[in-house]
Design a protein around this ligand. Sequence first.
Ligand code: NAG
Ligand code: NAG
Ligand code: NAG
Ligand code: NAG
Ligand code: NAG
Ligand code: NAG
Ligand code: NAG
Ligand code: NAG
Ligand code: NAG
Ligand code: NAG
Ligand code: NAG
Ligand code: NAG
Length: 843
Amino acid sequence: MPECQLYISLAILFTILTQFVSSQKPSFTCGVKDSIHLHKFNFTELSSSDITIYDQSEGENITLRLCSPLSQTCAGSHDYSICLRKQGTEVGLGKFPPLLVNNHTSMFNFTGDLCSNSRNYTVLIVMKCDYTAIDTTSPQLIPKGKDDQCTTYFIWNTKWACNEAVKANCTVVDDRNNLYDLSSLTAYKNNYVVDIGGKGNLTMNINVCHSVIHESGSECYGTAGACLEVHSNDSSNPKYINYGEVNHPLTINNGNLEIVYTSGHLCKDETEDSLWTIITFICDPEATEHTVPEYKNNTSCKYEFVWKTSLACNKTYLKQNAAKCKVTNPRTKFTYNLEVLMNSDVTTNTSDGTQYKLQICGSLRDSKCPKGTGVCNTKDSISVGMANGNLMWQHGGPYLNYTNGAICENGQNHYTLIAFVCGAEGSTGSPIIVKKNTCSLIIHWYTSLACENKLTCVEKQTNLLPLIQTSKNYVAKGMDTEFHINICRPIVPTPGLACPPGSAVCQAVRTSEGQYTNETSLGFPDEKTVLLDNQNVILNYTQGSPCPENPQKNLSSSFKFSCNYNGDHGSPEFENYSNCHFSFIWKTNIVCGTLIGVWVPPCVVQDETHVNKVDLSLLYPKPVPRIVAGTGKNYSISICGGKDHCNGSAVCQGTNGYGTITNVMFDYDNKAIKLLYGNGSKCSNKVYTSELSLICNDSVGIDNGPKLLLDANCMASFEWHTKIACPSEVPVLKSGTSNDPVSTTETTPARESLWESDAAIQTWAIVSALFLVTVVLIAWFYMRNPRWCFDLRYRISAITASRNHSRVQYSRVNTTEEAHLLLDTSDPCGDGQIDSDDELLGV
Ligand SMILES: *[C@@H]1O[C@H](CO)[C@@H](O)[C@H](O)[C@H]1NC(C)=O
Ligand SMILES: *[C@@H]1O[C@H](CO)[C@@H](O)[C@H](O)[C@H]1NC(C)=O
Ligand SMILES: *[C@@H]1O[C@H](CO)[C@@H](O)[C@H](O)[C@H]1NC(C)=O
Ligand SMILES: *[C@@H]1O[C@H](CO)[C@@H](O)[C@H](O)[C@H]1NC(C)=O
Ligand SMILES: *[C@@H]1O[C@H](CO)[C@@H](O)[C@H](O)[C@H]1NC(C)=O
Ligand SMILES: *[C@@H]1O[C@H](CO)[C@@H](O)[C@H](O)[C@H]1NC(C)=O
Ligand SMILES: *[C@@H]1O[C@H](CO)[C@@H](O)[C@H](O)[C@H]1NC(C)=O
Ligand SMILES: *[C@@H]1O[C@H](CO)[C@@H](O)[C@H](O)[C@H]1NC(C)=O
Ligand SMILES: *[C@@H]1O[C@H](CO)[C@@H](O)[C@H](O)[C@H]1NC(C)=O
Ligand SMILES: *[C@@H]1O[C@H](CO)[C@@H](O)[C@H](O)[C@H]1NC(C)=O
Ligand SMILES: *[C@@H]1O[C@H](CO)[C@@H](O)[C@H](O)[C@H]1NC(C)=O
Ligand SMILES: *[C@@H]1O[C@H](CO)[C@@H](O)[C@H](O)[C@H]1NC(C)=O
């Protein structure tokens, strides 16, 4: 009896589920066949979940799923695969299913709601092969054109868009046992493209030890290593000619590294039967980064290319001829060139008076140290490193590592690190010994030659440039350590403080002897790091030393600047450390800027934050207007005068009123309060206006009297030095806690729709659960009679079996399992009783 009940319930559940699922999903194959090569592309892996892409330029989110409808509703419907969300509105950009075509490149074409003028939204997702894009990547949004707001383009770099590759051995050993490895030249997402003949109608696509990447512009049949694209004069489609398959390993021929690709297209020439390509690699020790093949010549059946690269040099030769004193930042491709520092011996002293002589990228000319020495301790004539020109790069700048100095106490050789740090404009600078360890020396050299780009330190109206230090770092204390800090620049070199060169924040421990140890970088002044967050300015430094708690992460730090009206430039204070991030706060007057104020009758001005309030009636111990003498005329000024004075104007000259209050400004940068008056009496074809600046001046007391600055063009300007314009000691601005009302209203609607869809799913689940329980209960009553049970089993078997047939291509594995379950249930209709309700619920 329990088995029967189990079996019946399973069968019913199965029936319901298949019906539900089949009613939900229109059939769509998440893959496509290559139009010529019959390769099958399968994009299923990319469609496992909804992906949201934030379009910063439009301030909108696009959520998409390639091969099924989104899991959330969009614009109230479950039909969309692509949804645009912006400020609470939802637009269906693409309905499921898309059109998937492969015309050399796989492309998904979605159509959505009406966009404009009887055009619907369309979304085109071009799938581009990238053998290295292995994990689930996300598509890249191509910015919309101004004239077409209805079409959205994405490019999705993924390995799922790649053909099967053919590879060849890319290493070879010559007869003198030198190993060469060209595998770093293999392209995994963009072929090398060589223009032939300069007319633009012939281009050769090449890859190294790997078949060319099949994409638009390189559509050769087969697994070519070289593919020629031929454009004819008329506008017909280009032709693609296979100039050789990847079928030979890298070889050495006449002392040169060589790759040949043979067995391409048929060649009409009688001497050879197929097209082929030969690439010769020539040693060029200076050609390290980003070299490309060059066209040499061709016959009717063969193309020849040469490729200059340091990878074709033997190690001995490379060492002797390495690019001297140059290095390229691999991320930005910026090349540092320190050649101008070469060829002169420089001396520098440590704080304890030891003198060192050194030469950049070359050996010392005049020293008592062994020949080839790069840094020499002149007192003992000990080499602390042999010279080399092998400039290297690390985050923060280029550096040299002079190794193999004299044997040291620890049995190893002395070495010296010379790191170059971005320094003042136009300076070649000089070396500073920041650390002298027993067996190594660390030298920092500040020079503008090491500057790649300097952080501007300016964002909108905020300018942190005045905070940059050039002679002494800011120092804050916390966590029993010291923080040496500069703003938007590397820290100022400090003897004894050997932080990773170029760091903007250096954390160090002070020993009881006052020495610095355990120097750690809390970040570098990279790229754009100043941002505005409500009323705070935030400066972030990232990519510091590895985080002790989580070595996968790097330490970072941020500075939150807040306005201190009454203060000076201020200095940083350590706030806290959490999650590999150090936070500092910095109260300073330089981020105060200008705030709008209001006039509060009878005679008070207040800034918009209401923290600064000034009673201007203090300027008028006696309620009489102040008189200012101009050339030939007198002005009477009565700030608090109200209606009684000159028809309401604060400034009056004769019968001309110079206007009533229109604006109050608190200019904290200049410590002044500006009163602007407008709508005065008529002045030729304009009206009189005026301006009065109350300027903070502690030394003059309350009243130094107003002065005329200018009277021209119906406008008069005055200034008045007074203590009352000085900002009172006030607390800092309210900090930018995220109670920004705008962002709240933006996100709420999106969340609501999410809840709606959740609610819909829940409703469905409850209804179906109730239904299931009812059916099972009925079945249970029915099955108390074994004969009825048998009968029922027979009927349900018939139904599910026929379903199995019609659903075979839908889910083969599941249905056969189900069929097994049906057949193997040995005694489904035994006369056992159901023991407890748990079994029912357990289904
Ligand atoms: C496509 O890939 C998925 C998962 O990677 C697999 O389940 C499915 O059978 C594949 N489809 C075809 C037609 O090969
Ligand atoms: C876009 O999505 C992100 C993360 O899901 C969310 O924080 C942000 O508010 C969304 N923006 C819009 C405009 O919907
Ligand atoms: C394939 O693309 C070419 C040009 O890129 C075009 O001329 C041709 O019509 C396309 N074929 C199909 C079937 O879309
Ligand atoms: C275009 O959008 C309208 C309105 O949403 C819709 O009714 C129509 O089916 C769409 N056209 C296509 C081709 O999808
Ligand atoms: C490639 O060829 C070299 C010798 O030319 C050989 O030592 C190496 O094992 C080969 N590598 C592979 C992966 O076959
Ligand atoms: C292609 O055009 C160029 C000039 O535009 C002409 O000289 C040449 O003969 C043309 N070639 C063919 C094959 O039509
Ligand atoms: C191509 O250049 C190579 C090397 O310069 C030369 O040996 C070969 O004869 C040239 N071939 C033609 C067809 O000019
Ligand atoms: C070089 O190749 C082009 C086209 O691939 C062909 O037209 C030309 O005749 C070839 N040159 C020689 C010398 O065969
Ligand atoms: C390295 O290459 C250079 C020039 O190509 C050659 O003169 C030298 O003999 C080679 N050295 C070794 C050890 O192979
Ligand atoms: C410099 O060379 C020494 C000695 O070979 C080595 O221990 C050290 O790690 C190197 N430092 C850097 C930054 O390359
Ligand atoms: C300095 O670093 C070492 C190892 O990196 C560590 O053992 C030591 O505790 C640190 N000293 C201080 C004072 O943090
Ligand atoms: C800057 O740091 C703050 C505080 O850790 C962080 O919330 C913010 O995301 C950071 N901004 C950038 C651009 O890294």
